[in-house]
Design a protein around this ligand. Structure first.
Ligand code: SF4
Ligand code: SF4
Length: 283
């Protein structure tokens, strides 16, 4: 049977919060019997966007990570519920029954992703449920996908084997895979949020003036072996990304025309090496 999945491209999220606002608009003040009580106007963030800055100076970057209930196939919240209050639908969506879940505040702590909230007025735990009430009326996807102007959210209803093949082909990852919860929310370019970069600029002195070296060849080495290479851009900048935090010593070899140079770094977190000056008189 085909099941729902959500795909998030971290590289394209602009933090516009349209997804959060659409979710709030859908549930604030609205009861959907069998699906949910209203979402409180304040406090709950069924769709939340996290922010991370990496590096420094002109080469720092920022990435945004939209998060929500992962609709886990092996969901700790289902295991923690009594009275069958949390269940998985045949289409993969995890539901909290708003009546059966009354007073079950243990469910808030049961979610290892922090995506269950407590509604004190109705005394129920609540979370994002893929807008299942809309899908059941024939919608082609949840509201967050509809309003995401950058296109970084997409919904896919696929057989599990098809989704696994798509994940492998597009290098999709899930959050906290070590927990074994088997999420149905997948992330593209997750390294922008979870991993590190080494950035820098290349310059030299020509006729007494400092000039950037556009098109310089920069090689990244680990233990003396090349692991990546790239050319500096128009501004003489380079950035090697998708590196493991705390992965130790790296070195860089730089070549521009007949000039060479280099740098070494111990990678703790993302770093801007600053300007690598190539000695000599580039022509
Ligand atoms: S993300 Fe949390 S609330 Fe959602 S299914 Fe998984 S454990 Fe349950
Ligand atoms: S609507 Fe799309 S771009 Fe905007 S914050 Fe949400 S996921 Fe990011």
């Amino acid at each position: 049977m085909k099941k729902w999945n959500l795909i998030v491209d971290v590289a394209n999220c602009t933090n516009c919060n349209n997804c959060f606002m659409a979710d709030k608009d859908e549930y604030d003040g609205n009861t959907f019997p069998g699906y949910t009580f209203p979402q409180p106007r304040h406090g709950h963030r069924w769709i939340d966007i996290h922010r991370r800055e990496r590096g420094s100076g002109s080469l720092m970057d920022v990435a945004y990570l939209p998060t929500m209930c992962n609709q886990c196939d092996d969901a700790p919240c289902i295991a923690a519920a009594t009275n069958n209050a949390v269940y998985k639908r045949e289409d993969g969506i995890v539901m909290i029954d708003p009546v059966r879940a009354k007073d079950q505040n243990q469910l808030v702590e049961a979610c290892p992703y922090g995506h269950i909230w407590w509604n004190e007025e109705h005394r129920v735990p609540q979370k994002w449920f893929f807008d299942a009430h809309l899908l059941d009326m024939g919608w082609s996807g949840p509201r967050c996908v509809q309003v995401c102007a950058s296109g970084c959210l997409s919904a896919a209803r696929l057989e599990d084997e098809e989704m696994q093949a798509k994940a492998a082909a597009e290098k999709l990852e899930v959050l906290k895979p070590d927990l074994g919860t088997r999420p149905r929310v997948w992330y593209k370019n997750l390294f922008r949020f979870t991993r590190e970069h080494i950035a820098g600029s290349v310059a030299t002195v020509i006729a007494g003036h400092e000039e950037v070296c556009a098109g310089a060849s920069v090689t990244l080495l680990k233990n003396g072996a090349k692991i990546a290479g790239q050319s500096t851009d128009f501004f003489g900048d380079f950035k090697f990304d998708d590196l493991t935090s705390g992965s130790g010593a790296y070195s860089m070899h730089v070549q521009w025309r007949d000039l060479t140079g280099g740098a070494a770094v111990e990678l703790a977190g993302s770093v801007n090496l600053g300007v690598i000056m190539l000695a000599g008189n580039g022509k």
